[in-house]
Design a protein around this ligand. Sequence first.
Ligand SMILES: Nc1nc2c(c(=O)[nH]1)N[C@H]1C(S)=C(S)[C@@H](COP(=O)(O)O)O[C@H]1N2
Ligand SMILES: [Mo]
Length: 309
Amino acid sequence: MYRYPRPPSSEITPRPIFEQRRSLMKGLTAATALGGLGLSPALASREIINIIETDYGDALTPTPLEAIRGYSNFYEFGTAKEDPRQHAHQLQTDPWSVSVEGLVDTPKTFAVEDLLSRFQLQERVYRLRCVEAWSMVIPWIGFELRELLKAVQPSAEARFVVFETLHDPEQMPGQNNDLLDWPYREGLRLDEAMHPLTIMAVGLYDQTLPKENGAPIRLVVPWKYGFKSIKSVVRIRLQKEQPTSSWQAIRPEEYGFYANVNPDVKHPRWHQATERRVGESGRRKTLMFNGYESEVAELYKGMDLEKHF
Ligand SMILES: Nc1nc2c(c(=O)[nH]1)N[C@H]1C(S)=C(S)[C@@H](COP(=O)(O)O)O[C@H]1N2
Ligand SMILES: [Mo]
C-alpha cells in the first residue's frame, strides 16, 4: 500500500539531492567525516552502506539547506527565526541518549549511535508546514518511529506517546524564561506514532542533523503542524492518558492536541487556507493533512476535525 521503502536508485531521489550525495560520498574520507563536514562517524558510515532512498516526495523541490538552517523555530535558543542558527551551537549533542519508557515490556535507554546502527535509515523528502503559515520541503534522513517502539514492545494498555526535549537551561538559555512550561513536550496517539510516515530524523541533506534543526534526534510528523515535530528528544514515554503538549498547555484555544494540517479549520492568528513556501514569492494553497491525506485520513475516520483540532 505504501510506496516505500524501495531499493536505492538514482531515479528515485530528486536529482539535486542525489548529486549532492554522490559528491559527498566521493569526498568522504575518515578525515572529513570527523572534521569539517560535521558528520558524525556513526552517521557517515551508515550513509555509505545503508540508506534507502524512498520515492516519497520525489516531485517536491527541497528548500535550500541554508534556508532550512537559518529560518527556524527552536524556542530553547530564542524566539527569532535566526536565533537557533546563531545560538544552538551551545548544545552538547554527543554523547546523547534517548530513554523509551512507560507502558512497554522492555524499557530501554538507547545511545544515538545504537539507534543509527539498529534501524534502517531512509531519506524522506517531506513538506513541513508551520502553524504560522510558512512551509518548506525538507530532505530528512531518519528511521521509522514504529521500529523503535516495536523494539521496546508497547503493552496492551498503551494509547499515547509523550516526547520530551532535553531540559538544561545552561545549554538552552531560552529555558530561563517562562514562555513555555519546559521541557518542550509533545504527544501523539499510539497509532499516529506507529504510522510509517512518522520518523525520527537524525540528518538532513546528507548531513548529521544541524543543532538548530533538533540534533541529534527529533520527531518528524509531516501531516501535522510543525510544532508537533519536537526537537532534540531525550525521552519517549508510552501511557494510557492523552497528554497535554507544551503549546496546548499555555494556549489551548490555538494549539490542539491533534494539530493536523487542515486548510478548513480556522486559527485565531493565522489563515490556514494558504501558506508561504520559504524562498518563493506568492502563496500556495495549503493541502489537507499537508498533502498526506491518502496515507493518514484513515486514522481520523469519523472524527470531528474541527472539534479535535
Ligand atoms: N524542542 C523544540 N522543538 C520544536 C520547536 C521548539 O521551539 N522547541 N519548534 C517547533 C516548530 S514551531 C516548528 S515549525 C519546527 C521547525 O523545525 P525546523 O526548524 O527544523 O524547520 O520545530 C518544532 N519543534
Ligand atoms: Mo511552527
